[in-house]
Design a binder for this molecule. Structure first.
Ligand SMILES: *Cc1c(COP(=O)(O)O)cnc(C)c1O
Length: 492
């Protein structure tokens, strides 16, 4: 390369890295984010900006040209997505994040601290360690616990079950699962998150060996039946890798009786894994922490900060009751990273226990939000959303058209909307009506709710993931459902 070419190249690079430009773009970005937040909180726009995938793909492609304006790109993102901060968003378990957390995500990205070994991110490793310890204590775990941060509850469930498998079937990590294949099973809550069954597939046990634990009428593990199931599996010569309990379950938000389940697991000497991705945050609430009674007896626990701690995606805390077990998951050596002669004890090298090598510094936003607002904020967020689900449930029970299908423990409601004209109709017809109703509702952009299945038939589901969702939204939803239901009935 001649000097002129190098200079031109260097100038282009410097333009991309110029601090002054970054400052300017940053001001634009923050102003637009604040404006969007304000509009969202006041329901100024659609909740879901529904367009066919092809239209969005075309527009995203069109914007992919040189010299696009930063503000224009940000506006496109806001204009065509889900408006999570709109109090009419009551859909999937994705929270309206505490706004300041987004700023720390940006700080985290700019500083780009790798996390594999301590020296790649001394401060991010320290912050992870502090939040791990603080959340574990909040959960009531007993001293000696340990854990790691991972990218999401699915990976955390996989990692915990990998650990359980390596412990139950010694030698599998190095030799493969062939010897244990015909006997290894997982027994999971009958409506466990799909990542649990996937883990059985990925671990080489086969998804058919992810067995369902029987549930009672409240969608909780039936403890007496679990005990029988474990007896019977042992009689068949099976090795139960783990029992997976839910705190709370995804579909209905029901908390399993953890203390009783732990007792059964102990008697059978089986690893207890608690998927508390959604519901662990109840630990902050004086009103709801009793649902987690017994969680300290679990061998491993998963807690997503990007669910009920109202952090942006993605950060998950995976706890082990015995700290040393975190090294059982990925029992290998990468000597160039994890040097036995290193300056520090291996316990500070987070990469030893994670599937990830490079990992985002995912604890900054929670650490900063806690530091600024105090832990009361997390209690408040749980109390207001769990409380609002109960308020919605009361309104549903009083309303002639709502059929409430669960008794909410968390912030999840499963229901059907059945106008008088459909009362007594075939369950399949009523189910199909729910599907049609939801399609109209979400395409209109007025509200966002999700589908569910209850006793084999279609239903509707909502999760109060926005602390600003109030009774006004229930009134609005009820009116919107009535209007769409009337239009559907008129068309038939
Ligand atoms: C969300 C969730 C998961 C999956 O976590 P991701 O972070 O989405 O991968 C697993 N289990 C439960 C109970 C959940 O709520």
């Amino acid at each position: 390369m001649n000097q002129d070419d190098y200079n031109a190249l260097r100038a282009r690079i410097e333009r991309a890295y110029a601090p002054a430009t970054f400052d300017k773009h940053g001001q634009t970005a923050v102003a637009l984010m604040a404006e969007f937040l304000n509009g969202s909180q006041h329901s100024a726009n659609a909740v879901l900006n529904w367009r066919a995938p092809t239209s969005n793909i075309e527009e995203a492609q069109a914007l992919l040209n040189d010299g696009a304006d930063v503000g224009e790109l940000i506006q496109a993102i806001f204009a065509h997505g889900q408006t999570i901060h709109d109090p009419r968003y009551m859909g999937h378990q994705v929270p309206a994040p505490v706004p300041m957390s987004a700023l720390f995500e940006a700080v985290s990205s700019l500083s780009n601290q790798g996390m594999t070994v301590y020296e790649m991110g001394p401060w991010s490793s320290a912050v992870e360690r502090v939040m791990m310890q603080t959340l574990g204590e909040q959960l009531g775990l007993t001293p000696g616990f340990g854990g790691i941060l991972t990218s999401g509850g699915s990976i955390a469930n996989l990692t915990a079950l990998l650990t359980a498998r390596n412990i139950a079937l010694q030698g599998t990590w190095a030799n493969g699962i062939s010897e244990g294949r015909d006997k290894a099973v997982i027994v999971a809550h009958g409506e466990s998150h799909y990542s649990v069954e996937r883990a059985a597939g990925i671990l080489g046990m086969g998804t058919h060996n992810c067995l369902k634990a029987a549930l009672d009428e409240h969608s909780k593990i039936d403890v007496a039946k679990l005990d029988e199931q474990l007896h019977s599996l042992r009689a068949q010569g099976k090795t139960v890798i783990a029992v997976v309990a839910a705190a709370c379950s995804t579909r209905t938000g029901s908390y399993d009786p953890l203390r009783a389940i732990a007792r059964v697991c102990k008697a059978h000497q089986v690893w207890l894994h608690v998927d508390a991705a959604h519901g662990a945050a109840a630990a902050f609430s004086d009103d709801y922490r009793h649902y987690l009674e017994g969680i300290e007896e679990a061998d491993s626990v998963v807690w997503d900060a990007h669910k009920m701690l109202f952090m942006p995606a993605l950060s998950t805390y995976l706890f082990y009751r015995k700290s040393a077990n975190q090294y059982q998951a990925l029992n290998q050596s990468a000597s160039y990273l994890f040097d036995a002669n290193a300056m520090l004890s291996e316990q500070y090298n987070t990469g030893l226990g994670t599937l990830e090598c490079t990992k985002r510094a995912a604890a900054f936003s929670l650490w900063a939000t806690w530091a600024v607002h105090g832990k009361q904020l997390f209690a408040d967020l749980v109390n207001i959303t769990y409380g609002m689900a109960r308020t919605f449930a009361r309104h549903m029970l009083q309303h002639p058209h709502f059929q409430l299908l669960n008794e909410p423990e968390a912030n999840v409601l499963v229901f059907r909307y059945v106008p008088s004209a459909l009362r007594g109709a075939d369950a399949g017809v009523i189910g199909a009506f729910q599907v049609g109703l939801r399609k109209r509702l979400i395409e209109s952009g007025e509200f966002y709710i999700v589908p569910a299945v209850d006793r084999g038939h279609q239903a509707l589901r909502m999760v109060i993931m926005n602390p600003l969702t109030s009774e006004a939204e229930f009134a609005g939803l009820s009116a919107a459902l009535q209007r769409h239901a009337e239009q559907m009935l008129a068309q038939n």
